[in-house]
Design a binder for this molecule. Sequence first.
Ligand SMILES: NC(=O)c1ccc[n+]([C@@H]2O[C@H](COP(=O)([O-])OP(=O)(O)OC[C@H]3O[C@@H](n4cnc5c(N)ncnc54)[C@H](OP(=O)(O)O)[C@@H]3O)[C@@H](O)[C@H]2O)c1
Length: 410
Amino acid sequence: MSSSSLFTDPAILSLVSASLVLLLAQFYTNLVINRSLSPKMKAWVVVKNGGPSEALALKEVGEETTTSLPEPKGADVLIRVSHAALNPADLVFMRHIPTWVPFRRQAIPAMDFAGQIIALGPKAAAAPSHAAKPLVVGTRVAGCLNVGLIATGHGALVEYLTVSSELVARQPKSFGDSNAKAGPPSAGLLGCAGQTAHLAATDARAEAAFGVAEPRVLINGASGAVGSLLIQISKARGAYVAAVCSGKNADFVRRLGADLVIDYTKHDPLPAYLASTGEFHGANAFNLIFDCVGDQSLFLKSPAYLTPRGALLCIVGKGPMAVPYTLRNRLVPSILGGTPRAYRLLGMSPSGERARAVAKWADEGGLIKEMTIDSEYDMADVKKAYEKQATKRAVGKIVIRVQGDKKVDR
Ligand SMILES: NC(=O)c1ccc[n+]([C@@H]2O[C@H](COP(=O)([O-])OP(=O)(O)OC[C@H]3O[C@@H](n4cnc5c(N)ncnc54)[C@H](OP(=O)(O)O)[C@@H]3O)[C@@H](O)[C@H]2O)c1
């Protein structure tokens, strides 16, 4: 990843401001209080900025002097982490958030977690968001840690995690009744990828597009974690789905429901191909484009293949250009050379509420049939797993077995 990709997507833009605001508060509440009460436990730590092979070390974090696990406070829960899922953004954080600042001396990466609750703070069981079905010891949950937590080093690649009950949701029943089966897909679906697919698919412009008769949707980056979910959701919403991926993933995206596969390696550059082939003009134009790759030309050329009332929803900014591109795409009128189509750059901010909505889609709505797992790695092999993530060739989620499905002892 190039050094210019500090602002790869909106999550990283918000990271900069959120981390500054949270720096002092997190230093005292999370590092000084929580960590000093933690016993030694295994975690991956970012020891220097760079790629996974140089940046990461498997360490024992916590205190020699303590043997008992921390008692969660307020609405927090203590989770025995069974699995963590990796995300492209982890690599950006690893490379760019400085390790030399004091609060990141034991900076644990990874946003997505799945596991079992082993203790609850006094307000967690009665938290309003879990009122319908209160959390208890043993509840299997999953979720995504926010950028403030990641910025302050409180990631998921650790054996035990203390997190607000507001960030967790129950693992979908449809994924099975043990952490061995349900942990890997839950970490991905209730984590960053699932919550981002939910954000995009429930955006007002997406809802409007799904509401037309015979909606037509184009998904760029369709074989990735977010794209593979958006195929399923779009199909279930009644859309004709054109999926852009390389030829080797054609069968995979067809299996998830794609009606048409466009191999971008054969049609390069993709926007010029879409504009020049007669296939996507007039009545065959798309009502909605999900861009999970971040190709600016896909928007600039979109009047040739996106209906006038259609929209392009992008989840990937382009480095420091994300803000100027967004301003141009949204504000410049066509009379001054702007593109006469709706554009939105989406940034996902995780919440338990969104995670619960995604779990419901898997359990009840039929909108999501699977969270594809690209590969599973043991805790010892996290560097290899991140190296695979860095290739940008994962098909679905890369998952780490942190503690797996062992019996919970406390
Ligand atoms: N805005 C947000 O809040 C937010 C949230 C989550 C993710 N993101 C961003 O969204 C992007 C996708 O995330 P993800 O988790 O789905 O990534 P991912 O699973 O790592 O995506 C890997 C997939 O990308 C495909 N791909 C790579 N280059 C491509 C290209 N030029 N054209 C089409 N497909 C291509 C690969 O397919 P082939 O091998 O077939 O090329 C591969 O299957 C990442 O950049 C991530 O940082 C943003």
